[in-house]
Each structure stands twice: as structure tokens, then as C-alpha cells.
Design a protein around this ligand. Sequence first.
Ligand code: SF4
Length: 366
Amino acid sequence: MYPRIERKKTRVVWVGSISIGGENPIRVQSMTNTDTKDVKATLEQIQKLYSAGCEIIRVAIPDEKAVKALKDITKESPIPVIADLHFITSLGEKAVKAGIGGIRINPGTFKNKKNLDRLVRVCKDYGVCIRIGINAGSLESEILKKYKIPSPKAMVESALNWLEYIVEKFDYQNIKVSLKSSNWWNTVKAYELFSKKSDFPLHIGVTEAGGLIPGTIKNTLAISYLLLRGIGDTLRVSLTADPVEEVYVAYEILKNLGLRTLHPDIIACPTCGRCEIDLMKFYKEVENWARNIRANLKLAVMGCVVNGPGEARHADLGITGGKGVGIIFKKGKIIRKVPERELLPAFFEEIEKFLREHPERLILSS
Ligand code: SF4
């Protein structure tokens, strides 16, 4: 059973071929951490992220050389590319012409409004989606003077001001908004407040969240809090880790909220004194294998025959073992016994057979 979530109806925007907001699935994004100038390395990373389920990729464009590389990157990338721009709007204009689907700007960091105007005009001409990316650490001075601290209210006022400015002056609405802070509670309060005042789609996540464990915890708290309240149309789990992990964490959150499934769910016991197989090793291998499968499946990796199959009877298929024997079970019933060293190939074979018998469990892209 999953929580009943009523998603807020936001307006639909487009980043290249990917639609965000409204009834669309919650889109998963990530960001490359390669040197954008290195086209080969960047495209290789994008390909890995795409295979993991990433739907939109952001790349940094710190200088002219990076923008130059962008042309080849956008041409070859299997998913729409968003350029991440800071300070220099002329780089943004060139990035738009290099074929990006979206641009992330923090308008408060642009000193000259005329430059921002020019950039918005080019985005409008090319239909490029603009993300107004408000960051608690870089709010404009007038807002900070008014609120003293970068509070959620301050962040929301900044976002609404910029949104209104772009929509009214340019009659352009292919815009989404993010309101990020490294404090997860401030982050969710800002999104909640914004969501009450606007129906533009929201890109959610916690910025500078930290490494795999602390970052996953902060992001899960914030993203789940928001999604449970129907807020959020696209997300990035920002981690100081391999960006591929960001994508897997994102799908774990979505899967556990019953919002979106891409890879099999794996249940595994924590092991105890009854365990007679190298469960950690088996678990890791099953997890790695399952990351390449797109299917709605529940798999189990359990440590002993006494309790494993029974405790994991709700799994479609599972493994356990003991004393050199590997056991495969289906819905709690033992279906096969093999020597322990043959357990994994036999298990993967059974999963493939199951998927051939249940093609409805396969997940096609949406
Ligand atoms: S399944 Fe077996 S090994 Fe795993 S925790 Fe339960 S009793 Fe222990």
C-alpha cells in the first residue's frame, strides 16, 4: 500500500522533448560533474545517467570553451540538456543557440537587467525553458535588506518578482522555478509557500546536501515532505557522489511513495546469527543487476531458509541459502535448489523467465 497523493495541477512546460508539470510523471534530473569542455567524458557520463533513468541533464557553462562544447553535447545527448548559467548572460545566449532545451538562471546574480532581458528574448525565440533558480545563499540585496535573513518568505518573494517580471514583460511562460537552500526545512517551507501562490511547475530538491548518506537523508526528507503534499514536478537529488547515484536515489524516493517505478524493488534482511551465506555480496550483485532492469518487480535477498522465504513471501522472486545450497523461491514457495555458486545466474534466469511470462511488468519510458 502507498500513500494517497493528490498532485497539485501545475501548468505544463517543455524542456526540449520532455514535458514537465500537469499530469506528467515527476521527471528525474541530474547534473554532470565532468569538465564540459571535455565532450567525450561529458557525453559518456550523460549516457550512463540516461541508462539509469535520468530524463533531463544539466551541464555547467563556466566559460566560452564550455559553451563551444555544448553544440556537440546537445547534438549527441539522448536527453535534453539544460545549461547552468551564472553571472555572464552572453554565455547563456550562445548556449541557447547551441541547442539546449533549458537554462537555469539565478536572476538575482545578474547585475544588469538589460542583459537578462536580452537572454530572456533569445530563450523565447528558441522556445528554451527557463528555470528561475532561487538560492538562499544568493538572494538580491533589496530582498535581504527587507527580510534580514534568507528566509523562505524572502526566497518566495524573490522568485515571484522574477517570475512576474519575465511573464509580464516578455509574455513568456515556459518557466519552472526552484527555491533551494541547504537547510531542508527552509527549503520545504519555501516550496510550500510558493505553491500556494503560483501554478508554475516546481523543480524540487535540497542544494549542497552532502555525501551519499547525509545527502540522501536530507533530500529524502525534503522531497518526500513535498511530494506527499502534491508539490513537485521534477526533481534532482543533489549529492556529493557519482551523479548516477542521484538518479537511483530519486527513483527510490518516487517508488516508495508509489509515484513512479523504474527499477525492481529489492527487499533484503539485515542478516543475523542464522545467516549461512555471504548475503552482502549476493545483495550487491542483485542490486547492480537490477539497476539495469526496467520492471515493476519485487525481489528478495534473504539470509536463511528458516525465515527467509516466509518473511519475503510478498516478493515475486527471491533467493536464500545455507550450507553450500542456493535456494530460489517464488511468492514464498521454493521452486529451485542449486549449488550456492550457481545461485545468481539461476536467479537471473528465473527473473527473465518471469518477465517473459509477465510482459506487463516491464516499464517502457513515459
Ligand atoms: S532471514 Fe534469517 S538470516 Fe535474515 S534476519 Fe531473518 S532470521 Fe536472520
